[in-house]
Design a binder for this molecule. Sequence first.
Ligand SMILES: NC(=O)c1ccc[n+]([C@@H]2O[C@H](COP(=O)([O-])OP(=O)(O)OC[C@H]3O[C@@H](n4cnc5c(N)ncnc54)[C@H](O)[C@@H]3O)[C@@H](O)[C@H]2O)c1
Ligand SMILES: O=C(O)C[C@H](O)C(=O)O
Length: 367
Amino acid sequence: MLGHVARLSKLPLNYLQNRGGIWTGRGERNYKVTVVGAEGGIGQPLSLLLKQNPLIEQLALHDVIEAKGVAADLSHICTPAEVSHFRSEELLEALQDAHVVVVAAGLPRKPGMSRDELMAANASVALTVACAVSIACPEALLAFITNPINAIVPMAAEFLKAKGVFDPNRLFGITTLDVVRSKTFIGKFMSIDPDLVDIPVIGGHAGITILPLLSQCYPKFPEAEVEELQRLRQRIQEAGTEVVEAKAGKGSATLSMAYAGAHFVNALLRGLDDEEDVLECAYVASNVAELPFLATPMLLGPNGIKQNLGLPSMNEEEKAAFEEMLPELRDSIQLGIRSAQTAMKDIQQEDNASEQIPTNKRASQSE
Ligand SMILES: NC(=O)c1ccc[n+]([C@@H]2O[C@H](COP(=O)([O-])OP(=O)(O)OC[C@H]3O[C@@H](n4cnc5c(N)ncnc54)[C@H](O)[C@@H]3O)[C@@H](O)[C@H]2O)c1
Ligand SMILES: O=C(O)C[C@H](O)C(=O)O
């Protein structure tokens, strides 16, 4: 027991100020946040948590399912954020003037599915949002929860590039849940408050691409058997599947994801608010390693990413695990880029086809 006290006593004096409780912003600015997929398993609790964020002045809810009831319900909570709701066809209005757009729209996994298998259903959802953002609020910070994160973010980037509005500092895949889980499982392992645990999680957001760097954990691990650490890492990597299986066909993590999403959105807002030292891990466009997208720690600021802190130190075993996951991550990135290119080709073909229809027929078709 005293070993833990000794380790805790090595924490810096300002450590408590930096703890990861959800709301730590100074609340000096008022922001608009749009939640896309607000009616869903994640969207509803995420919106509940965001309604309590003092940095948010306007909380816009959008879903293809009418979000009127959820909006009315949330609007009775005695916090300043004004809640509005938008119907399926009102996405652009929902996004108008948004500072942060968080996307929780799309299908969740069922037992036995990989995240990449969700691409068939979720690519078009994510492209729709990326497209609307490029029109309504190209300067907003755009953060995807929608799976497969490893492919969705590269796809959105490719699409935004084609639209001429891609800013690598403003596009994020939210991997905070991997950090939240790491803190929780490590806290339990060390018998300490999980919020005291600080650990970088790099790579991506699926299986072995989720790489918690246990060697960089603070507080440092007690002398643990290598096998014990490997078991801990595997549990973090498979935690999503643990929830999918426990829910037995009724979806994937929603409440813990809402917590993680609300934490990440708050970090983005604190960055916009120019708060110092806002440090998070996220999956972003990157040139810190050989792959063009990677989750690493970064500092957030008024324009999104202020500084990508790059690859943390790794021990030999972690370096090997990092190398081992690169091919899988590369495949997902390519899947994303290909999906964007195919979608853009399809859109172009449709445009060309409609241009070839004589004007009088086009008019009668649109009637
Ligand atoms: N990044 C992560 O760590 C993480 C964690 C958990 C879940 N997820 C992913 O989040 C996504 C949502 O999960 P969920 O459990 O909330 O699913 P859900 O089915 O409960 O909710 C999804 C919501 O999105 C809405 N929606 C679908 N298409 C839309 C569109 N085009 N525009 C607006 N809204 C649309 C649906 O109507 C629904 O309300 C899934 O893809 C899941 O895999 C990611
Ligand atoms: O596992 C899933 O499909 C959902 C999410 O990515 C998670 O990690 O919980």
